[in-house]
Write a protein that binds this ligand. Structure first.
Ligand code: NAD
Length: 498
């Protein structure tokens, strides 16, 4: 991809006018308390801006605006074709601001500029456009109840949706909520992560420029225990659309139970198994994907292939191929177009990852590559690609989500053992396997308890295909038409004909 040089990106970054307020009822505003939090760039540890730190008072204001907009019908009762047009314009606005949004994403959360430019931002626009284009093509139902009655089965927007999202793919995760919630006519309050709020704040304004009525999309930056908790407990929020950790997901179910039994849709964590059988069609390719599955986005990916299960007979050969490919994921400056792996999102997450590396050593796993923080002279947060071999699946580094570039290699002797180890986790987000045997591919895939299975590949993804988890990786599905089910209620209307 033709792109700017690092110096050009840096000059652009230095000249950026960064929005940092909440977006409530169609305008940028400070938090009612006047509080802010520091938005630090992980690229160099420097302050980017101070962001409005919303709490319960702001949540109350935003929910009240969302409710009255919803009840007014200004969005919910617009024709699907009219909503489609505005959301298409919103997607186009995102496309028009591609470079600005990519830059914000990169300096805010540390991802390589080329990833933000080639993936995060275009895929966010694509998600919104795809959902927009779907809404005037979905029909309601007439049930086959017989001659005496007519029974209509129709879909209605659920109402006020709070979307609480994480920091690893900030705009992209937000768009997975915004696309289907807005398309189906809801009023949405988006709470971005306190670690990466900048693109969410910016796109609120773009949505209004595209014609979205006031109060349909609002953005409340803030912390989980303040803004997030107040949204989750609010009695007038009808639905929580969450992406984030399993720990917080569990808490949200409690908040919903303690308040108004709002619908709770959870996209949570993962510890995905990546199985390489000795009959893999191409070990070199499998090794390059195994490295990508833990190197991409600094390993800060919910579907990261963080447990690599390798058949014992090819273990030594595979480890040496793997180490070679892991080299391509050495961190670099996020604004350098050559960089494949950038900065870890912040100081706290960097310390978490380093703590897990220490745990792995203490548990007796063999560190065969990496293990250290690097590029400290930049002031930013970078960790080299790290591989532990001889990992036992019961170790903490095999059971817990590290969310960094740390790979655990586990050996197995046969198919049964591979499946047992793969499924021996609380999570069930993704899994992958490499084999040339078609029957084995299908049989093993069916037995893997995961929402997505990749065969001879890793990280397939498309708006037409649902995404989500089994077990403690969550419930419901993002993407595809299945996502629309989460944000609509089914209404059955009986009309007597006799
Ligand atoms: P997190 O759970 O710490 O935070 C996610 C969001 O929840 C943030 O906006 C945060 O402020 C908010 N939050 C935190 N505590 C809260 C509370 N008590 N009440 C309400 N809101 C609260 O997750 P994170 O560290 O931002 O993101 C990393 C996690 O996200 C990983 O576990 C990763 O696997 C997961 N993730 C999952 C998917 C998926 O689609 N399944 C995608 C991306 C990331």
């Amino acid at each position: 991809m033709a792109t700017r040089t690092r110096a050009q990106w840096q000059a652009m970054a230095d000249g950026l006018e960064i929005r940092s307020q909440a977006w409530i009822n169609g305008e940028y505003t400070d938090a009612a308390s006047g509080e802010t939090f520091d938005c630090i760039s992980p690229v160099d540890g420097k302050l980017l801006t101070r962001v409005a730190s919303c709490d319960e008072a702001d949540v109350n204001r935003a929910v009240s605006a969302a409710r009255s907009t919803f009840e007014s019908g200004a969005w919910a009762r617009k024709s699907p074709a009219a909503r489609k047009k505005i959301l298409q314009a919103f997607a186009s606005k995102i496309d028009e601001h591609l470079e600005e949004l990519a830059l914000l994403e990169s300096i805010d959360m540390g991802k390589p500029i080329n990833d933000a430019l080639g993936d995060d931002i275009p895929s966010s626009a694509n998600c919104i456009r795809w959902c927009a284009e779907a809404i005037d093509k979905i029909y309601d139902e007439v049930a086959p109840v017989g001659e005496d009655s007519l029974a209509l089965v129709t879909r209605e927007a659920v109402g006020v949706v709070a979307a609480i999202v994480p920091w690893n793919f900030p705009l992209s995760m937000a768009s997975w909520k915004l696309g289907p919630t807005l398309a189906t006519g809801n009023s949405v309050i988006l709470k971005p992560s306190e670690k990466s709020p900048l693109t969410a704040i910016r796109v609120a304004e773009l949505a209004e420029e595209a014609g979205l009525p006031k109060g349909v999309l609002q953005v409340l930056p803030g912390f989980g225990h303040t803004a997030g908790k107040a949204l989750a407990l609010h009695p007038d929020v009808d639905c929580l659309a969450f992406t984030g950790s399993t720990k917080v997901a569990r808490q949200l179910m409690i908040y919903a139970g303690e308040s108004n039994m709002k619908r709770v849709w959870l996209e949570a964590g993962g510890k995905s198994p990546h199985i390489v059988f000795a009959d893999a069609p191409d070990l070199e390719k499998a090794a390059s994907y195994a490295a990508m599955a833990i190197g991409y986005n600094q390993g800060e990916v919910c579907t990261a292939g963080s447990r690599l299960l390798v058949e014992a007979s090819i273990h030594d050969e595979f480890i040496s191929l793997l180490k070679k490919h892991m080299e391509t994921w050495r961190p670099g400056h996020p604004l350098d177009p050559e960089t494949t792996s950038g900065a870890i999102v912040d100081d706290i997450q960097t310390r978490n990852v380093l703590r897990y590396i220490e745990t792995g050593k203490q548990e007796g796993a063999k560190l065969v590559m990496g293990g250290s923080r690097v590029m400290e002279e930049t002031g930013g947060y970078y960790i080299e690609p790290t591989v532990f071999d001889q990992v036992d699946n019961q170790m903490a580094i095999a059971q817990e989500e590290i969310f960094g570039p740390v790979l655990s290699v586990i050996s197995f002797n046969d198919e049964e053992e591979a499946i047992r180890i793969a499924n021996d986790t609380d999570y069930g987000l993704a899994a992958a396997l490499w084999t040339s045997n078609l029957s084995r591919a299908h049989q093993v895939s069916r037995r893997l308890r995961a929402g997505s299975v990749f065969i001879n590949n890793y990280h397939g993804g498309d708006m037409t295909v649902p995404f989500g988890g089994f077990k403690q990786s969550g419930n419901g599905r993002d993407k595809s038409l299945h996502a629309f089910d989460k944000y609509t209620e089914l209404k059955s209307t009986w009309i007597a004909l006799d």
